[in-house]
Write a protein that binds this ligand. Structure first.
Ligand code: GCU
Length: 681
């Protein structure tokens, strides 16, 4: 991935090697802790990038030594070397990095911070950046987690499948158990740490209760031991019915004493094995999963059951807001987008203080374009985090290049105007707006055993960027992909400009040839979530409807005549979405049911926009293989061929998308394309 530590060309290193530090001092590093990893990572990286072999010591005398890289926690630095100037305002996991003067200082607020600082320093070196820097850096929020949707496949001979995973089988599980060979785990930990991620939930939210059997809990301990040197804490997804499914109770009622005792005992056992266990992730009463509603208990009573069981150990419960029921499309007012607010609004204030409600970025399900979930402004007394999807479920499943940060930043940068005040999503999920300490980000990453980790070389920029944005949601998407490209493919200007240009064009292009104007990704909704299938969106209970007929299209989410969803937003935003005059074009069909001939702000009709966007989006995808080919010889043959194969496939598949969607709506609406490109069947 991006941790290749490939040698820099001598033209880049010239003049820098003689003055480079010749020694690493790791002050007071705990055995097998993140600081030890930082020291060995520095050794390894500097050897790879610059060809220099540096020794590591822990000697205090070296504080004042010149040409040294000191890596330490702030506390150890102060006790060994006296005070550090300038005075630092570091929060948990933050670091100070200075390359000014003759020694390099990498000082973490804790060991993890020191490790993040070391990776940041190596990123600068790996990019050939020898400029003098001195800065402190703090994470935007304490929770920066990977979520893996790995299955145990208990009772089968299957090798740990991954729900919506496109990079091979699980690195954790096979045949119902934690694997014997966990050799990919520390490598994954290293990747996560290198971009500041500090936690992971290792199993699918559609959770298998057998993860809680004793053999598997000992396996979870082995996994946690392998992640610990990288500062990555482990959590697990729970099956709400476990006391009944796995235990021998005849109930899983969250208020039942025997159920409470069952979970308390289980939690105590987990903490015996994994003292720094991160906590539980819970999907309840959603898509067939069991939950407290079965017993007429509230979702908060369900969440608090676990919260109380792990509170004494310092753990947290991440309770997912992705709760909805199947709906009937003949009801004009039915709307899945309303579900989260309907289920959670009245529970605000009822969750224990160690519960975090994890909200998918939009109200439906990781579509190519959605407004932010209105739940973000409906439960101000509740700690919340945002769920993003790194794995490209609806977005091309790693067979299409779609660089996601511009989509994520559209959400993070949206001002929700709570009480008429500025309230960006990024400030809500970092706890600032409503003053919550517990806050942050989850990325459904879904790496597997594939050499590329997630199934495609270029898709790894999304994982890299997820970490970077969780650290700093205002970081620039383009800067991030530039950095990633230099580290992954080398510092050549041509390579960087080609990959960055394709990446930055890729989300708009995918939106153009998949689903426009907020109609959602017009993919197969019933099974694969892959490929064009606009007809599949309607006439089912899933509620991802387009309500397209021969004259009109779009969901009416207005208060005046529709599902009322626009009214779940704060006043100014609700007002904006209520009217077509103020709704932006890219969300027009999300909020409004209009004729195909409706004129957008752009001046085009809806149907002509569909045609034009599908042609221009697929035309952009046609340029990707050509752009990539310009790099032949500058990228190793294996990755060159692999990426070329995928980009050619994308170019072809974008034509399939273009024609399938354009012709579908041409037939349905009977309105021809003004440019006569679209066939009529
Ligand atoms: C989507 C996805 C499912 C997943 C669900 C969830 O619906 O297709 O595979 O289980 O989201 O996030 O719980």
């Amino acid at each position: 991935a991006w941790l290749r530590y490939a040698p820099l060309p001598s033209s880049v290193t010239r003049g820098h090697l003689n003055s480079f530090p010749n020694h690493i001092v790791a002050l007071n590093a705990a055995k097998n802790g993140p600081l030890s990893s930082a020291a060995s990572e520095l050794q390894k990286g500097i050897k790879g990038i610059l060809g220099l072999s540096l020794g590591v010591s822990s000697s205090q005398k070296s504080c004042s030594a010149q040409k040294t890289i000191i890596v330490s926690t702030l506390a150890s630095y102060k006790s060994a070397c006296g005070k550090l100037t300038p005075k630092l305002d570091l929060i948990e996991d933050g670091y100070w990095l200075s390359t000014k003067g003759e020694s390099v200082q990498i000082i973490g607020q804790n060991e993890r911070g020191a490790l993040y600082g070391a990776f940041q320093y190596l990123s600068l070196l790996g990019q050939g950046n020898f400029s003098e820097v001195a800065f402190a850096s703090n994470p935007s929020a304490p929770i920066r987690w990977s979520n893996q949707w790995d299955n145990l496949n208990a009772g089968t001979a299957a090798h740990g499948s991954i729900e919506r995973g496109y990079g091979g089988v699980s690195i954790f599980f096979e045949n119902g158990y934690v694997k014997e060979d966990l050799s990919r785990v520390p490598l994954y930990g290293r990747l996560l740490a290198s971009v500041g991620l500090n936690g992971i939930v290792i199993n699918n939210v559609n959770a298998d209760a057998t993860l809680l059997n004793e053999t598997n809990l000992e396996g979870v301990k082995r996994i946690a031991d392998l992640f610990r040197p990288w500062g990555v804490q482990v959590g697990i997804s729970l099956n709400f019915a476990s006391p009944q499914v796995l235990g021998d109770l005849d109930t899983f009622d969250p208020l039942d004493e025997t159920v409470i005792k069952w979970w308390t005992d289980k939690s105590n056992r987990i903490y015996e094995l994994v003292p720094d266990f991160a906590g539980y992730l819970v999907k309840a009463n959603s898509e067939g999963q069991p939950g407290p509603l079965t017993y007429n208990r509230t979702l908060s009573q369900g969440a608090n059951l676990f919260a109380k069981a792990i509170e004494p150990h310092g753990g947290i419960v991440v309770f997912r807001a992705f709760v909805y029921d199947q709906l009937n499309e003949s009801d004009w007012r039915a709307d899945r987008a309303n579900a989260a607010v309907e289920f959670f609004k009245d529970l605000d204030g009822q969750f224990d203080s160690n519960v975090l409600v994890q909200i998918k970025f939009g109200p439906i399900d990781f579509q190519v374009r959605e407004p932010p979930s209105p739940l973000f402004v409906n439960i101000p007394k509740t700690a919340v985090s945002i769920e993003l999807e790194v794995t490209q479920e609806y977005l091309g499943q790693q067979c299409h290049l779609v660089y996601l940060p511009p989509l994520w930043q559209t959400i993070l940068g949206f001002d929700m105007r709570y009480n008429g005040r500025q309230s960006y999503i990024r400030d809500i999920v970092t706890g600032k707006t409503f003053n919550h300490k517990l806050s942050g980000y989850a990325g459904v990453i879904n790496v597997g055993m594939d050499d590329t980790w997630i199934g495609s070389h270029l898709a790894m920029s999304n994982m890299f960027a997820f970490g970077r944005l969780a650290w700093n949601p205002q970081a620039d998407s383009q800067d991030i992909v530039e950095e990633w490209t230099r580290l992954t493919f080398g510092v050549s200007r041509d390579v960087v400009s080609a990959i960055v240009s394709m990446s930055m064009k890729s989300w708009p292009a995918y939106e153009d040839y998949s689903g426009n104007l907020g109609i959602q990704t017009l993919t197969d909704i019933l099974y694969t979530h892959y490929g064009a299938n606009p007809a599949s969106q309607d006439n089912n209970g899933w509620g991802q409807w387009t309500r397209a007929d021969s004259k009109t299209i779009g969901m009416d989410r207005t208060v005046s005549n529709g599902t009322g969803n626009a009214g779940q937003y704060a006043k100014e935003v609700a007002h904006m979405f209520e009217y077509t005059q103020t709704t932006p074009d890219d969300l027009m069909l999300w909020f409004h049911h209009v004729p195909y001939t409706f004129k957008l702000h752009s001046g085009k009709t809806v149907i002509q926009h569909f045609y034009d966007a599908h042609y221009s989006g697929s035309a952009t995808a046609q340029t990707f293989p050509t752009t990539w080919k310009s790099l032949q010889g500058q990228i190793d043959a294996e990755r060159y061929e692999d990426v070329l194969y995928r980009l050619k496939y994308q170019a072809g598949h974008s034509l399939v998308w273009r024609d399938a969607i354009s012709e579908f709506y041409r037939n349905l609406s009977s309105i021809p394309d003004q440019l006569n490109r679209v066939r009529n069947h």
